[in-house]
Design a protein around this ligand. Structure first.
Ligand SMILES: Cc1cc2nc3c(=O)[nH]c(=O)nc-3n(C[C@H](O)[C@H](O)[C@H](O)COP(=O)(O)OP(=O)(O)OC[C@H]3O[C@@H](n4cnc5c(N)ncnc54)[C@H](O)[C@@H]3O)c2cc1C
Length: 453
């Protein structure tokens, strides 16, 4: 049987980053097994055919995403800023199609009193963030108390003004991708991070290019079409099995989201608590739509392209027009957490791409005019037909982080855990989280090797 020092299961960004770090440290034999026909996982291209000269759509990062930005720089992957012209207006569109200028979903014509109280409450949240242990939020002061509360519960203990509650909840829903009554206050504080980035322009990069460069660099070490179905790890060596055959390894990094890990048949079986973590892992999905036009025509109307639709289809759009070309591109997110909550759309919209496309174009043309109804191309990233996770984020319900957080990265025999879901906060759930979790798992393997040398 073929043997490798380290086998990495999953060639998403976290698995590829783990391989990169291990190889940099001089590891001799590292094999990456990927079930899909190509590497990249959730960071890979949507596969949409693009018109000539239109570069692929971006994903977004913060300036503090050091591991991601350094890796992009090492691999010559360009990073730039999203276009920003302060003279252009963002819009918020209500359920009746009426639009008004807004800033981060706050209507600009809100009274000074509402704005002041909004700032006060967001300021209190920011101060709470300062007290969080971002590596291990479950160890923060008052962790149990904060984790027992929903965000809505916390807000209600600070104000009873329904208008203010609605406004703050909407802003937090945008940050968390799930409504305030479904997420734990501890998770939200960890997710927002030590310096909540209000108003900071995101950076953008082509994650697919990053993946392709990492995959090219991994060469024959990367084996696509190699789904791992079973792992035995009770003996001296771990054994990994799939339709493609078997491999043995001294160390295994499982670089797949917890919900995908739950489908691995393990011997010995995982402890019941680890199993519950995998089974109950919360995930939100998003329909991401990339809409290309011949030019960013909305700028000519004084609009930034940042639109927020109260009916949720889409919840928001952002101007992702390539700076080197004349084409215009909007990227839109539709959240399928139910239409009863602000910014949410019903689950069923994800089952009917044609209906989603029609409603989305209808909403866009209602605000931007008839040009919006006729894009050069439109691609919707729907949950795909593969068995692998397409989760966007993992906003946790009350109690989850304190119960399962300590198990998230805890090794099981020779198994180490990567994937963005295991990253420290606030980059947990992001591209940067994927890279940093891969590095951390690689360091754990290197430390283990060193301890036996
Ligand atoms: C629509 C959408 C938009 C996003 N936008 C942004 C953004 O703008 N900015 C940002 O920072 N992040 C964004 N993200 C999140 C980001 O894409 C992910 O955090 C990151 O790509 C996760 O990488 P990963 O390696 O942790 O997991 P994955 O990409 O899921 O990698 C896991 C890999 O393991 C493989 N696999 C699973 N099970 C097995 C098995 N048994 N055997 C073999 N292979 C297996 C899967 O096929 C997959 O390739 C977005 C995500 C989505 C879905």
């Amino acid at each position: 049987m073929e043997h490798s020092d380290v086998v990495i299961v999953g060639a998403g960004l976290s698995g590829l980053a783990a391989a990169w770090r291990l190889r940099e440290a001089g590891a001799r034999s590292v094999v990456v097994l990927e079930g899909r026909p190509a590497a990249g996982g959730r960071a890979a291209a949507s596969g949409a055919p693009l018109p000539d000269g239109v570069p692929p759509a971006s994903m977004y990062a913060r300036r503090t995403d050091r591991d991601l930005l350094d890796l992009a720089s090492a691999l010559d992957v360009p990073v730039d800023e999203l276009p920003d012209d302060p003279a252009l207006s963002d819009l918020r569109i209500d359920e009746d199609g009426e639009s008004e200028a807004s800033d981060e979903h706050m209507p600009l014509d809100s009274s000074w009193w509402t704005l002041l109280r909004n700032e006060w409450i967001l300021g209190r949240i920011a101060r709470r963030c300062e007290g969080i242990d971002f590596a291990e939020p479950w160890r923060s002061a008052n962790a149990e108390k904060l984790d027992a509360l929903t965000v809505r519960g916390w807000l209600r203990s600070h104000t009873s003004d329904p208008e203010l509650l609605e406004l703050v909840e909407e802003q937090l829903t945008l940050a968390a991708a799930l409504p305030a009554d479904r997420i734990s206050m501890l998770w939200l504080l960890a997710h927002l991070g030590p310096t909540p980035a209000r108003g900071e322009r995101p950076l953008r990069l082509d994650p697919d290019l990053l993946v392709r460069r990492l995959a090219a660099w991994a060469g024959d070490d990367l084996r696509t079409g190699h789904h791992v179905s079973r792992i035995e790890h009770g003996g001296e060596r771990a054994l990994l099995h799939g339709d493609w055959g078997s491999l043995s390894a001294d160390h295994v990094v499982i670089a797949v989201p917890p919900s995908d890990a739950d489908r691995l048949d393990m011997t010995p079986a995982p402890a019941p608590s680890r199993r519950r973590l995998q089974r109950q892992w919360p995930q939100t999905e998003v329909i991401r739509t990339e809409i290309v036009y011949w030019r960013p025509f909305w700028r000519g109307f004084g609009l930034s392209g940042e639109l927020h639709f109260d009916d949720g289809i889409p919840a928001w759009t952002i101007d992702d027009s390539p700076s080197e070309s004349s084409q215009g591109r909007l990227v839109a997110h539709t959240y399928t957490f139910g239409e009863a909550d602000p910014l949410g759309a019903d689950q069923s919209i994800a089952d009917d791409p044609d209906r989603h496309r029609a409603l989305l174009l209808d909403n866009l043309s209602g605000v931007l005019g008839p040009l919006a109804a006729d894009p050069v191309s439109l691609h919707q990233t729907l949950p795909d037909s593969t068995p692998y996770s397409r989760a966007y984020q993992s906003p946790m319900p009350p109690g989850f982080l304190t119960e399962f957080g300590p198990l998230m990265r805890a090794p099981v025999g020779p198994l180490r855990w990567a994937a963005t879901e295991t990253a420290v906060f606030p980059c947990n759930g992001t591209l940067n989280g994927a890279v940093s979790s891969g590095y951390r798992a690689a360091e754990e393997v290197l430390a283990e090797v060193a301890s036996h040398a």
